[in-house]
Design a protein around this ligand. Structure first.
Ligand code: ZN
Length: 85
């Protein structure tokens, strides 16, 4: 069964197209693109505190392999133009 909601903020996940040659090896990932998501908003501070880099990550679920985890982003707009509707 496909998980369609973010386990951190409850928002509906967006189907985000992966680049053809990406390491993911899948056509798309289900990603939480909610900018108010606590997981994502806390990520900026976490990455700065731990790695001194200005980046964050969004919750994603790979429905092909049932794997879930953090998808690194460098800008709030990352992946938002790749949403499949
Ligand atoms: Zn979320």
């Amino acid at each position: 069964m496909e998980k369609t909601n973010c386990k951190y903020c409850g928002s509906e996940l967006s189907k985000v197209q992966m680049p053809f040659d990406s390491d993911w090896g899948v056509e798309y990932l289900m990603v939480c693109l909610n900018d108010d998501c606590g997981y994502y908003s806390r990520g900026w501070d976490w990455m700065m505190n731990n790695y001194k880099v200005k980046s964050s990550y969004r919750y994603f679920c790979n429905t092909f392999t049932d794997y879930e985890g953090p998808l690194p982003v460098a800008r709030p707009s990352d992946y938002k133009n790749e949403v499949i509707v």
